[in-house]
Design a protein around this ligand. Structure first.
Ligand code: FES
Ligand code: FES
Length: 210
């Protein structure tokens, strides 16, 4: 091939490549714009919290914890680590305990949520709340709402025969033993170290229930 022809071919190739890149870029930008226009940033959802129905519109990135605290102003549920490490944010959703910092509110449309405010109130305490007070199951109290929600759910889990890592005999009914309670409560951290008194409170309520 002649050198001039080779040069022209290279020039043509560069021009056509640049044009292709420009077209692709424009198409990508247009697609992104369309997606952005269509993507909903908020969602409407219905949450039943402590027996009361709430219709809220919320940023899709909002955790259930922030929805409870910042939108519904139920500040009994505490934010400790915000990373699923401490259990301070424990609430019950449809009867099962979860870390509310690890789940998005939009995932709970139609769900029933129970927080510490829903378990009992001053003058009408839940037996577990009363037992924590009786046994001094707290010092600063920051972890306490999560501890109490978890404790209530733990007794329900044992009652439902759900095994834990320390359950020895999976064919026998689950027992409320200190080892079972310690294991099941291991996700709830207390910086004040009120563990022995928390255990006493749970054992008493379990005994009362039995
Ligand atoms: Fe949710 Fe710590 S705040 S686990
Ligand atoms: Fe203070 Fe548990 S009572 S962190």
């Amino acid at each position: 091939m002649h050198t001039d022809q080779l040069e022209i071919s290279r020039r043509d190739l560069l021009i056509s490549s640049a044009a292709a890149v420009a077209v692709t870029g424009a198409a990508t930008a247009a697609a992104a714009q369309t997606a952005g226009e269509e993507m909903a940033l908020t969602s409407k959802l219905s949450l039943t919290v402590n027996g009361k129905s709430h219709a809220i519109e919320i940023d899709n990135r909002t955790t259930l914890l922030d929805a409870l605290r910042e939108h519904l102003h139920l500040t009994g549920t505490k934010k400790g680590c915000d990373h699923g490490q401490c259990g301070a944010c424990t609430v019950m959703v449809d009867g099962r305990r979860i870390n509310s910092c690890l789940t998005l509110a939009v995932m709970h449309d139609g769900d029933q949520v129970t927080t510490i405010e829903g378990l009992g109130q001053p003058g009408d305490l839940h037996p577990m709340q009363a037992a924590f007070v009786k046994h001094d199951g707290f010092q600063c109290g920051y972890c306490t709402p999560g501890q109490i929600c978890s404790s209530v759910a733990v007794l329900e889990e044992i009652k439902a025969n759900i095994p834990s890592h320390v359950t020895g005999d999976l064919t026998a009914p689950a027992q409320v033993t200190p080892a079972e309670i310690r294991e099941r409560m291991s996700g709830n951290i207390c910086r004040c170290g009120a563990y022995s008194n928390i255990l006493d409170a749970i054992v008493e309520v379990a005994g009362t229930r039995a």
